[in-house]
Write a protein that binds this ligand. Structure first.
Ligand code: ZN
Ligand code: ZN
Ligand code: ZN
Ligand code: ZN
Length: 324
């Protein structure tokens, strides 16, 4: 957070600041979890019929990069296999026997892979689904149980995890302000708003009804005009996000702007939400008018509320894009 640029003065008005309880993280190591038993270390030479899935799975692991192999799977004249990515990197030499590689496909192994069914790689995060080998990857890119990316904006953060882990991470590593309650009252202050350009922003996290919400506030250039924007993201998936609504209000000097919307899921990147203009956008001139005084200082008071909507199972996803 660019503390010098924008300062969050307070969140008072009867709101009690509460420490977010430390949440245990049960899934710390899931990234390295391997859904199959470790290689058997026994001395049995004769293949047994007990572990065919394990063996086939091992056969489908590229011996060079250890990723799962997908067609075209290649092999050398001696039958050593490798994936197509690695094939392009080994200068036509088999990495196992150093013989010339040639251009031989291993159709038998490709066919065996086709007959396999494997659990989703996020099964230890709760996904119960089992997929044919070749559709597994596709599912995993959209699996509801896949870990979330860190919602913190302004820097590339590579942390992924479930919501409790990300909440702890935001609080401990990004030093994000944490608040409890469904209303908020923030003052964004900047002494020299003329300097505000891209990438000035801040994040506050609210917990309400056991869920977490990210309130983003930032300044950027919109069609070469400086604007401020505030919006809410829900820490969870799109379906859950649609159960909530929020309002934002900003004003001063007898004028007021109100935004009412549905929080976006943090599955949608901060950037994506910003670029779709799905939030309260305030022109800088208006913001300075709201700030009062001699327009030298930005003092924006943003109040807001989060509430749960009545369940509507028929509601279809509606993600607006106001920028077009
Ligand atoms: Zn490989
Ligand atoms: Zn070879
Ligand atoms: Zn899954
Ligand atoms: Zn992060």
């Amino acid at each position: 957070m660019d503390i010098d640029s924008i300062e969050c003065v307070s969140s008072v008005d009867g709101l009690e600041e509460e420490e977010i309880p430390h949440l245990d993280n049960h899934h710390n190591n899931h990234h390295h979890h391997h859904p199959f038993p470790a290689k058997q270390r026994s001395n049995v030479v004769v293949p047994t019929a007990i572990t065919p899935a394990t063996s086939v799975h091992e056969l489908l692991e590229c011996p060079v990069c250890t990723n799962s192999m997908y067609p075209p799977i290649h092999q050398c004249h001696n039958g050593h296999t490798l994936c197509s990515t690695c094939k392009g990197r080994v200068h036509n030499r088999c990495p196992t026997c150093r013989q010339e590689l040639g251009d031989i496909r291993c159709l038998a192994l490709e066919k065996v892979a086709e007959s396999l069914e494997l659990p989703c790689r996020y099964y230890n995060l709760g996904c119960p689904e089992i997929f044919p080998y070749y559709s597994k990857l596709k599912h995993e890119t959209v699996c509801n149980f896949r870990p979330y990316n860190c919602p913190y904006a302004g820097s590339e953060c590579s942390i992924v995890g479930d919501i409790p882990r990300l909440v702890t991470h935001l609080r401990d590593d990004h030093k994000v302000d944490m608040h409890t309650g469904n209303t908020f009252n923030h003052r964004y202050v900047k002494s020299n708003p003329r300097e505000v350009e891209n990438a000035t922003w801040m994040l506050t996290v609210f917990s309400h009804l056991g869920q977490y919400f990210c309130l983003h506030f930032e300044a950027f250039q919109l069609h070469n005009a400086p604007v401020y924007m505030a919006f809410l993201r829900f820490m969870g998936d799109e379906n859950e996000a649609r159960n909530y609504s929020y309002s934002l209000e900003v004003g001063g000097n007898g004028r007021k702007m109100i935004w009412e919307g549905t929080p976006r899921s943090i599955r949608d990147s901060h950037r994506k939400v910003r670029d779709s203009h799905d939030g309260l956008i305030i022109q800088r001139n208006m913001a300075l008018f709201f700030s009062g005084g001699d327009r030298k200082e930005l003092k924006l008071r943003v109040t807001g509320r989060i509430w749960k909507e009545q369940q509507n199972p028929d509601a279809s996803p509606c993600i607006p894009n106001m920028s077009s």
